[in-house]
Design a protein around this ligand. Structure first.
Ligand code: FES
Length: 170
């Protein structure tokens, strides 16, 4: 699918503002709906804390700014297959999705409630950690260590019976 002339103009404009191609792709995906973005990303970087939502392996809405959270991850897609391993996590839209130490799935808002940095999952501590100022959150999102004072929002997860897709809903 070729970008429309409008998208190209928008891309040129945004590029002139210094946005990377990955950021542009995320911008297009937000504007057109995630299912419309089917091209392979060069660098999906799942679980690395990049904050970029991969363009394949996901259907539905993962951004709180676009309404109710309701999306499904394809765990057979290379962007999300790491979620078959306990201790791994991915950043998806506004959320962090982790397969925690006991093998269950947890989905929380990824923005630290202190100043909004992305949190990460730490398998050895079995918690969610913000390395900006050191806040720690439990696997239900509750604050364990400040300076954050408000919990992360918890979302529901449901694994398909074949174990190949994970649904996340508000
Ligand atoms: S932004 Fe997370 S602890 Fe400050």
């Amino acid at each position: 699918m070729n970008p429309t002339t409008d998208q190209m103009k928008r891309g040129e404009f945004l590029r002139s503002l210094g946005m990377s191609s990955a950021a542009l792709m995320a911008f297009y995906c937000m504007g057109t709906g995630l299912t419309a973005c089917s091209s392979k990303s060069d660098d999906p970087s799942p679980g690395t804390g990049s904050g970029t939502t991969p363009s394949t392996g996901i259907t539905g809405n993962a951004n709180t700014s676009a309404g109710a959270i309701n999306f499904t991850l394809d765990l057979t897609d290379s962007n999300f297959s790491k979620l078959k391993t306990a201790g791994q996590y991915v950043l998806v839209g506004s959320l962090i999705v982790a397969k925690i130490a006991n093998g269950s799935f947890v989905a929380l808002s990824k923005a630290c409630t202190h100043e909004g940095s992305d949190v990460q999952y730490r398998v050895t501590q079995n918690d969610f950690y913000c390395n900006n100022h050191g806040s720690e959150f439990s696997t239900t999102g509750a604050v364990e260590v400040g300076p954050a004072t408000r919990a992360l929002t918890q979302y529901k997860t449901a694994l398909s019976t074949d174990g190949n897709s994970l649904s996340v809903t508000a």
